[in-house]
Design a protein around this ligand. Structure first.
Ligand SMILES: Cc1cc2nc3c(=O)[nH]c(=O)nc-3n(C[C@H](O)[C@H](O)[C@H](O)COP(=O)(O)OP(=O)(O)OC[C@H]3O[C@@H](n4cnc5c(N)ncnc54)[C@H](O)[C@@H]3O)c2cc1C
Length: 637
C-alpha cells in the first residue's frame, strides 16, 4: 500500500526540471552556515553550488522558482491530501469488507481460497498445518514411492496468488462462538518462543473446513500401538517403522518365530486407504526390500482385517472381487468378518464374527485405517448448538434446532452448505454432511404453489410448470426417475396401474412422490466432494451481491420468491483403487468399471493432472520416474 501511494511523490520532483533547479539553485542564498559543520562534504559542495547559481539569477527567475517550488509543494501537499483521502477511502473499503474466517488448509478450504474473489472480503485463514496435502498420494509416501514434500504445497503459495491479502495463521481453532461471531485459536507451535499463544478472531462469515480425525471406535490400545494414515507425518512414521521392522528382524540371535512376528504387517480396515497401503507395502517389500534383506524374504507377511464381508465394499462388487483375487495371488491375507477388540504391543486381538472365536494376531506393526470421525472443536460446536436450542423458550424452534444437529456425527448443513441454525456459518468437506430437505416435508407447500387456479387438483401443465424448480430443490426426484427408468417426470402422475391421469389431487400427489425420499444418500467423505464444495462456496461468495438482487436459485416453496443461489450439487467423476503391481481398478460414471495395467496408467495421468501446482506435478512425476529407474529408497529416514 505504502509503495502504491508513494509513487506520486517520487514523480512530482522531476516535474521541476533538472536544468531549472540547477539554474534556479545557482542564485539561491541559503543560511546554511550554522549547519555546515555537520553536513558531509559532498552536500556542502552542492549547497554552495546552488547558492551561487541562485544569486546569479534574475528576480523573475527567482519568482518562477519560488512558484515552481511552492507549486510543487502544493501539488505535493494536494497529492498528500488526496493520498490520505485515498488512504482513508482504502481504509474505509477495508473496514467495509466482510471478514471471512476460514478454518483449515485441506481440500475444501484450498479449493475455496483458490477461486475466491477477495476484492470484497477480508480473508483470514487459521490451520495448524501451513500446507495443503494431496492425500490420495499419502499411501505412496509410506513406502517412498513418492516423497512427502512432493505432495504438499505451502498454503502461503496459494495465499500469495491473492497479492498477500489473505492472512494465514498457523494455529488451531479451539472454540467457535457463533453467538458472538468469534473463534478462539491457539498456536500449535511448540517451540519455546516468546509471546502469547492464544488469540481470537471476529468474523462476519465463518467457513469450517477442519476435516475429520481417525476413528478408533474407542478400541483399547489403538492410540498407543497403532499407526494412522491421515497426515503426512503419519506416512513418514510408517515408512521409518517398516524399515525398523526389517532391521530388527535381521538382528542376530533372534528366533525364526521372532523374525516372522517382526515382519508381520497388519492393516485394520479394508477400505480404500487400507487396501492401497497394503498394495504399496507389498510392492515395496517384494520389489525393493527383499533384494536388500534376502535372508528374511520368506518370513514377511501382510494381513488385512476387515469387519465387513468384502474389502473395498463401497466400490462396485466387480472391483471388490478383483481386489480380493489379486491379493490372494500376491499372498496378502484378507480376514473378512473379523472385529478387532483390542491392540497390545504384541497382538491384535480380534473376534471372528461367524464363529465367535477370539484370535490373537501377533504383529510387528499395525496400521489402523477404519474411517474418520468428528474433530473435538466441531463436536464442541455441535454441543453448543444443542444447548442453545435447549435455552430457547419457543419449543418449536428448540425442537427444530436440536433436531438439526442433535444426534448427528458431523455438522449438518443445508443444501447451500450453511450450518443448520446459523446463516453465516458454513461447513464444507469431511466435517459436514448435507441434510437434504425431503420432498415429503414440503409436499403440501409444493402442491399449493403448483395449483395456480386453486382448484384443489393439479393438471399436467401446472405440474410441468413447477417441475424444474422441484428437480433443482430436490435432487432425489431425479435419482428416483433414473432408478425407476422413467423417461419423463409426468410419468410420476400415472395411476398405480400405469395409466396417464389428467389431474391429481393432494393425496394422489403424495402417493406419486412417496418413494422419492428413499433415494437420499449422504455424500462420501472424499477429496472430490470437499473440493467441489469449496469451489461451489467461493462462487456463491463471489456472486453474493449480484444474487441478492437477481436470485438464481429455485423457487421457495416455504416462503416467497426464489433462493439466492442454486443448491450445491455433487458431480461424481468416479474413483480409483490402486492395487499394486502396476494394476489399478476404477469405477467411472455410467456404471463403467475398468481394471488392470491400463487403469494404472489412467490413475497416473489423473493424479498428475490433479496436482494443485506445477511444482508438485513435476515433483510427483519425477518421483514416479525415479522409482521406475532406481527403485524406492530403503533408508530409515
Ligand atoms: C490416505 C488417504 C487417502 C485418500 N485418498 C483419497 C482419494 O483417492 N480420493 C478422494 O477423493 N479422497 C481421498 N481421501 C479422502 C480425502 O483426503 C478427504 O476426504 C479430504 O481430505 C477432506 O478434505 P477436508 O478439506 O474436509 O479435510 P482435510 O483435507 O483433512 O483438511 C482439514 C484441514 O483442517 C485443519 N484443521 C484440523 N483441525 C483444525 C482446527 N481445530 N482448527 C483449524 N484447522 C484445523 C487441518 O490441519 C487441515 O488443514 C484420502 C484420505 C486419506 C487419509
Amino acid at each position: 500500500m505504502r509503495e502504491k501511494y508513494g509513487v506520486p511523490f517520487i514523480h512530482n520532483y522531476p516535474s521541476i526540471s533538472h536544468r531549472c533547479i540547477q539554474k534556479a539553485g545557482a542564485k539561491l542564498k541559503f543560511p546554511f552556515n550554522c549547519h555546515n559543520r555537520t553536513l558531509p562534504f559532498h552536500q556542502m559542495k552542492l549547497f554552495s553550488y546552488l547558492n551561487k547559481a541562485f544569486n546569479g539569477f534574475p528576480s523573475s527567475s527567482k519568482l518562477l522558482l519560488v512558484f515552481s517550488l511552492s507549486g510543487g509543494g502544493l501539488v505535493a501537499y494536494s497529492e498528500s491530501q488526496s493520498t490520505s483521502a485515498t488512504n482513508n477511502t482504502e481504509l474505509e473499503r477495508l473496514a467495509n469488507k466482510k471478514k471471512v474466517v476460514v478454518l483449515g488448509t485441506g481440500w475444501a478450504s484450498a479449493s475455496f481460497l483458490k477461486d475466491l474473489d477477495i476484492s470484497s472480503y477480508d480473508v483470514r485463514v487459521v490451520s495448524p498445518r501451513n500446507y495443503f496435502a494431496f492425500t490420495p498420494l499419502l499411501p505412496s509416501v509410506t513406502c517412498g514411492t513418492v516423497e512427502a514434500r512432493s505432495i504438499v504445497e505451502p498454503i502461503r503459495n496459494i495465499v500469495k496468488k491473492k497479492n498477500g491479502e489473505i492472512q494465514f495463521w498457523e494455529a488451531e481453532c479451539t472454540k467457535i462462538d457463533a453467538a458472538k461471531k468469534k473463534v478462539f485459536c491457539r498456536s500449535s507451535i511448540e517451540a519455546n518462543l516468546v509471546g502469547k499463544k492464544e488469540f481470537s478472531l471476529d468474523y462476519d462469515y465463518l467457513v469450517i473446513a477442519t476435516g475429520a480425525e481417525v476413528n478408533t471406535f474407542n478400541t483399547p490400545g489403538v492410540v498407543e500401538y497403532c499407526h494412522f494414515l491421515k497426515e503426512v507425518e503419519d506416512a513418514q512414521k510408517i515408512r521409518a517403522s517398516v524399515i525398523d521392522c526389517f532391521e530388527k528382524a535381521i538382528l542376530p540371535e533372534l528366533t525364526e518365530e521372532e523374525r516372522r512376528i517382526n515382519l508381520h504387517f497388519v492393516i485394520v480396515g479394508g477400505g480404500p486407504t487400507g487396501v492401497e497401503f497394503a498394495a504399496e507395502l507389498h510392492d515395496f517389500v517384494y520389489e525393493d526390500l527383499v533384494k536388500l534383506y534376502p535372508m528374511v524374504r520368506d518370513l514377511v507377511s501382510i494381513t488385512v482385517i476387515q469387519s465387513g464381508d468384502h474389502i473395498l465394499n463401497t466400490y462396485d462388487s466387480r472391483i471388490s472381487s478383483f481386489a480380493e483375487t489379486k491379493f490372494a495371488r500376491d499372498g496378502i491375507d484378507v480376514c473378512t468378518g473379523c472385529r478387532v477388540l483390542s491392540v497390545t504391543d504384541k497382538n491384535v486381538n480380534m473376534k471372528i464374527k461367524s464363529t465367535g472365536e477370539y484370535v490373537p494376531v501377533p504383529h510387528g506393526m499395525v496400521v489402523w485405517s477404519t474411517g474418520v470421525t468428528t474433530r473435538p472443536v466441531v463436536k464442541d460446536f455441535m454441543e453448543q448448538i444443542g444447548q442453545e436450542s435447549m435455552l430457547l423458550t419457543c419449543m418449536a424452534i428448540s425442537a427444530l434446532l436440536s433436531g438439526m444437529q442433535g444426534k448427528r456425527r458431523v455438522l449438518a448443513t443445508d443444501e447451500w452448505l450453511r450450518v443448520k441454525g446459523y446463516e453465516d456459518v458454513y461447513a464444507i468437506g469431511d466435517c459436514a454432511t448435507i441434510d437434504q430437505r425431503k420432498v415429503m416435508e414440503d409436499i403440501a407447500a409444493i402442491f399449493k404453489a403448483a395449483d395456480k387456479n386453486n382448484s384443489g387438483t393439479l393438471n399436467v401443465e401446472e405440474f410441468q410448470d413447477m417441475i424444474d424448480d422441484i428437480l433443482i430443490r430436490y435432487p432425489q426426484v431425479d435419482l428416483h426417475l433414473q432408478s425407476e427408468h422413467l423417461s419423463s417426470v409426468t410419468d410420476l402422475l400415472k395411476d398405480p396401474e400405469g395409466n396417464a391421469r389428467k389431474e391429481i389431487d393432494i393425496e394422489g400427489f403424495k402417493l406419486a412422490l412417496s418413494h422419492v425420499d428413499s433415494q437420499l444418500k449422504s455424500l462420501p467423505a472424499t477429496a472430490q466432494v470437499a473440493a467441489q464444495q469449496g469451489a461451489y462456496l467461493s462462487r456463491c461468495f463471489n456472486r453474493r451481491e449480484l444474487c441478492k438482487t437477481q436470485p438464481e436459485g429455485p423457487r421457495r416453496f416455504q416462503g416467497q420468491g426464489r433462493h439466492e443461489f442454486m443448491p450445491f450439487r455433487y458431480k461424481h467423476f468416479g474413483q480409483f483403487a490402486p492395487l499394486g503391481g502396476e494394476q489399478a481398478a476404477a469405477e467411472l460414471p455410467g456404471d463403467w468399471v475398468s481394471v488392470g495395467r491400463s487403469t494404472q496408467w489412467l490413475w497416473y495421468s489423473v493424479y498428475a493432472s490433479k496436482q494443485v501446482s506445477w511444482r508438485t506435478r513435476v515433483l510427483v512425476v519425477f518421483d514416479w520416474t525415479r522409482r521406475f529407474i532406481f527403485g524406492r529408497d530403503s533408508s530409515g529416514i
